[in-house]
Design a protein around this ligand. Structure first.
Ligand SMILES: [Zn+2]
Length: 459
């Protein structure tokens, strides 16, 4: 039996504990975030994971042997974290292959000049002989349409630079992206025989940047390449000097149909409402020209590491899922298939978060959701202040989670600083060496923190 003064003391102690527990919620959160950030920076595994993905596996174009190896590797890593379940979701993906390296030349009356090109993803090849013909330049798709009668039988050069006046390079890409994505389709409609697109990059160099193109329903499918920005300047100058200038290019790519691949999914079951899901991830496939370090190896290791940090430090109320989507780059089959499954199984997704902006210094999250959701996320911004994340505003979520948004799921996208992203995007420059270890690790902790806060407070 407890003596009376001791009983009073015990009662007072209980009341104090209850009150302090109430008051310390925000403090709990800051302690948890501190734990995520400290662990990611001091004992993190993301950088070594990225090294393996880039150096031991390498480029991971959908349908390739490397992509299959990346699926198995990711599955094994998540299994090693002792999650409640790890599984592969079957997805049929297009298998497009580049074949031998491309070649291209400017042919003028004074001679031939080699230039740097690369085939656009999903485009048809030229055949062994390549194609040669007069080349006509336009500054935009609109300009080409306006002069549609000058296109038939020619190679079209779409020379639209990124709009450097914009702060966000993502916006620049959004503004110019259609030149590559539907340019060949539109030029085909006008009877062109080939297309050369200026690389979508902020840098001036000799590297061509690939990316998907889409012929849609157009039956005149014409070969299409991207040309480096330095060579775009040279080509434009030569065209201005010689209206009869010719251009030659040869590509060896082809579409080989569909093959079976997988999304890789890991889950921690929720302790209170297991039927509610918080999903986050990146895309496992990459272009074939480099190691896909920033795009999107970073998003993959961000997500793996966030899952590990959550598993080791927190028991979630809701079910938490990390998804390594396949085929973002040239088809979006993984994201589409995931949303289909979520709909068929009537799964309630609270939010979907994607990291597909590279492994650069995280600045915050773009939010594609209602004003109410945006306000809620903004209310957590003081917790991120010690880590210098301050962007919590209406924005973009991510391509792979886009199909979930069509089902009404709010989206968040990790927003790293994007000023250097399009220097290397989709080019041979996207290699492990250009990723900074600490910047990458801060992204992992940012993802884990956001998942934690959404789990704790809902959206
Ligand atoms: Zn990407």
């Amino acid at each position: 039996m407890i003596k009376k003064p001791a009983r009073v003391f015990f009662f007072v102690f209980l009341v104090v504990m209850m009150v302090s527990n109430r008051l310390s919620h925000g403090q709990d959160d800051s302690v948890m975030l501190k734990r995520f950030f400290t662990e990611a920076l001091v004992k993190g595994q993301s950088y070594e994971n990225l090294r393996y993905l880039c150096k031991n596996i390498g480029p991971r174009l959908s349908g390739s042997a490397n992509a299959a190896e990346a699926v198995t590797w990711t599955e094994n890593i998540m299994k090693s974290y002792k999650l409640d379940s790890v599984w592969l979701q079957p997805v049929y993906v297009p298998k497009w292959v580049r074949g031998k390296k491309e070649s291209a030349k400017i042919i003028s009356s004074s001679g031939k000049t080699d230039v740097n090109v690369t085939a656009l993803g999903n485009s048809v090849g030229t055949g062994k002989k390549g194609i040669q013909g007069n080349i006509v330049e336009f500054g935009s798709l609109e300009e080409m349409k306006k002069h549609g009668d000058e296109v038939a039988g020619k190679i079209v050069f779409l020379n639209e630079p990124m709009d450097l006046s914009l702060y966000s390079t993502g916006r620049m890409y959004g503004k110019t992206g259609n030149t590559r994505y539907i340019g060949p389709q539109e030029a085909g409609k006008l009877g062109a025989v080939g297309v050369v697109v200026r690389s979508l990059t902020t840098s001036m160099d000799d590297f061509p940047h690939t990316g998907a193109t889409d012929y849609g329903t157009e039956t005149n499918r014409i070969p299409a390449v991207a040309i480096s920005t330095n060579d775009a300047v040279i080509l434009s100058r030569e065209i201005a000097q010689d209206p009869n200038l010719e251009f030659y290019f040869r590509t060896n790519c082809e579409m080989l149909g569909e093959v079976l691949s997988y999304n890789v999914i890991g889950q921690i079951n929720g302790s209170e409402t297991p039927d509610e899901y918080i999903v986050f991830g990146g895309h496992l496939d990459s272009w074939d020209l480099a190691e896909g370090a920033h795009d999107d190896g970073a998003g993959i290791v961000h997500s793996l590491e966030a899952m590990r940090l959550l598993k080791d430090n927190y028991r979630p109320r809701r079910s938490i899922r990390a998804v390594m989507f396949i085929n973002e780059e040239n088809g979006l089959a993984g994201g589409t298939e995931y949303a289909k499954m979520a709909q068929q199984n009537k799964e309630k997704h609270v939010v979907a978060i994607e990291s597909d902006g590279g492994g650069f210094l995280p600045m915050g999250f773009g939010i594609n959701a209602s004003d109410e959701v945006i306000k809620r996320v903004q209310s957590w911004s003081p917790l991120f202040k010690p880590y210098r994340l301050f962007v919590f505003e209406k924005g973009y979520g991510g391509a792979d989670i886009g199909p979930l948004n069509d089902l009404g799921v709010p989206l968040l996208g990790l927003e790293p600083s994007d000023q250097r992203y399009f220097d290397m995007h989709h080019s041979a420059k996207d290699v492990f060496e250009i990723v900074n270890r600490r910047e990458l690790e801060l992204g992992c902790a940012s993802m884990a923190s956001m998942v934690y806060l959404i789990d704790r407070y809902g959206l």
